[in-house]
Every structure is written in structure tokens, then in C-alpha cells.
Design a protein around this ligand. Sequence first.
Ligand SMILES: [Zn+2]
Length: 268
Amino acid sequence: MEFTALNIVIYAAFCLCLGSAMTAYVVRTPKYEEYTWRKEAHQFLDIPFNESTPLGFHSGMSQCPNCHNKLKAYDLIPIFSYLITKGQCRYCHTKISIKYPLTELACLLSCLPLLMINLPLAPLMITTVIITTLIGISIIDWQHQWIPDHASLLILGLGLTLNLLLSEVALYQSVLGMLIGYLLIVSIRQIYLTLRKIEAIGLGDAKLLAALGAWQGLENLFYILFFASILGVLYAILNKQGRHQSMAFGPFLCASAFMTYFKTYLIY
Ligand SMILES: [Zn+2]
């Protein structure tokens, strides 16, 4: 696809809108899921449960968490609304976290390099959604040490679609990447559970690696795991992380998948 200045602006706007949706996902999903888990636990134990339902990703327009005023469309323009209101709610002047525009900016800056790869429109759009989802997963896992299944499933579905319909990677590579990615992590987890009685790595990481394998294929799966391990070890050393301190592995898998994707398309 040929890129004119107008196309680049439209693409940047698309990335920012996806970034804005991802920001809502990152903020709302953990709260909603934790609420659901608490509710189910209370129901299971037959204890009354009176918490009000928090907004889910599916709950529509955003509202200020302090004054609960519904935000208008012009309050939700990615990055610009934050700059115009100087990072405050328009109604009650409560400070809005800088994380919101930073997440949108991260989505934009991570997706713009895709324009250097001469992708047709459909793969470009699908890959943009995948990369934006990787950012969402990284933030949620970093903050909550939990990877939402639906985010991994989205990458898995989009990865398989890319390879099935648009042959970015041979389909057998994609299916093998998915299966071996899942089995690798589950095996490591099982070995640690059996021998040392500790949960060394979560099933969320297994589902995420399966999704990344489905997207980038078996060959790249090993690069993803290799780079992620190096990044994880470097972080642990620099951060003086103790052996028994838990650490999210999802962000390293996501960063590594991002690097591996661009290594494949820009270096070769
Ligand atoms: Zn407010």
C-alpha cells in the first residue's frame, strides 16, 4: 500500500483511537474481573455481596471516576483532550493520570514503524490491532501480574487469520508455533510444580506464547522466547530482583514479540 501524507495522518488517527480503546481496556478490565471473582467467591460461600458493578470494557462511554460525569466525545480525543484540559477533569478538576495519554502515545509510536513495511491494507490493520493489544497486555500484566485470556485469544485469532487468509507465515508454522508455545510453558510450569512445588510461571504466559506462536510461527517462537528470557534476566539483575520475588513475564514476551516481528520484516 502506498502512503501519502494524508494516509499517514489517517493511519496515525486510527492508531490513537485504538490506543484510546486500549487505555479503557487496561483501566477497566482488571477492576471488572476482580469484581467478578469476588462476587463468584461470595456466591460460592453463600455470603451477601453488595459491591456496585464497576464499568467493564463493554460498558460504553467513559465517565470521570471522581464526579461520575459522562465524558463527551470531545473529552475523549486521544492525547489532545488531555493537553487541552491540562490533565484535569473538565467538570470537577480532578487530576487525570498521565498514564492515559502515555498509553495512547505508546500505541502510536509502536505502530508507526509498520508503515516502513510495505504491507497491504488488511495485514496492516490486523497487525496494528495485535501490537496495540501487546501494549495492553504488558501494562495489565505489569500492574496486576495477570494476562486476560480474551486479549491472548484476540492475538491468536488475528494471527491465525493473517496466516490462513493472507499467508504471512506458512499455516503449519503458525499451528506448530501455537501448540509448541503453549506446551513449552506448560511443561516448564509442571516441572517446577512437581519438583519444587512452586508456580514458576502462569498459565496466562502459556496462552500468550501460544498466541504469539500462532502469529509469528514456530521459527520465530524460539527467538521470542530467547529475547524475552534475556530481557527478563537483565531486568531482574538491574532491579536486584530476589530469587523468590515474583515478576511478570508477559511484558518481556510482548516486547520480544515486537522486536522479533520487526527483525523479520525490516532486517531480512
Ligand atoms: Zn470529574
